[in-house]
Design a protein around this ligand. Sequence first.
Ligand code: PBG
Length: 326
Amino acid sequence: MRFPAVRSRRWRRTEALRRLAAEVDLLPRHLIAPLFVKEGISEPLAIPSLPGQRQHTVESLVAEVGELVELGVGGVILFGIPAYKDAQGSGAWDDHGVVQRALRALRAEFDDRLVLIADLCLCEYTDHGHCGLLADGPEIVDNDRTLEVYGRIATSQARAGADVIAPSGMMDGQVAAIRQALDAAGFPHVAILSYAAKFASAFYGPFREAAESSPRFGDRRGYQLPPSGLRAALRRVEQDVAEGADAVMVKPALPYLDVLRAVRERFDLPTAAYCVSGEYAMVHAAAERGWLDLASAMREVLVAIRRAGADWILTYFAKDAAKTLR
Ligand code: PBG
């Protein structure tokens, strides 16, 4: 059958036909909102490079999450910004730390009505800004000593009420270390969402401003994946799955859709994609200049990430997108 009998445009003529023929859905439950909570402030603070996002107080965080619950968003992931930093990042496993207090407040307010995810990393808590403890040897970060600390952070976050722990530091063995620590502390039900394929990316810029987590010296290329590394990413995911990850993540999203597709096809765990701060910022910056339409660009970005294979999308667009999806 050839043209003119075959006309693929028949499915595109009206909105109703296009809706029927759509191949992927984008629903509020697919979205996870990243949120920042900062210690020692009395009012939420705007983040200039992430329009519409704020560094929250525990109180303003609870209000924000209330809106997200109403909108049916799938979950939230919390990042803490402590008032004091030290070389060990000890604020990260303080049971009265800012993320722990936020988790308790959210659990008390919303019970089990949404999924609470705690990002687990040291970069916001260390005075040097690296994701682990500094090493004396040839590496910037001491992988194995960092694992002990990650175990401590995970149990503290679980005690505070996290459903899911999401380690983002890219240490080898982090999933196994956290699983062991959680099980030993009586949290076998707490899940691990591993940032398994996390690339050393220029697109984290606005986040580092928001989370106050830029490395003071050097960079993260000694532990995060090289942008060219598709096979390296797949090996890393395989390792995290073997260590007991309950879900895996690819990050960033748009520049790595091929990696996302490959991970989706090779592994049968829930697969998340993190549409990171720089992806959000560039869409907003262009829209501010009138160079593209914000709402349709947002939707296209999120549908593309779903099409590439993401079950869940961590995105600063979560609230705005969920509003349009009702
Ligand atoms: C660090 C962390 C980063 C992000 C999430 N966790 C930044 C980094 O690795 O420097 C980036 C998220 C974003 O850009 O939105 N643990």
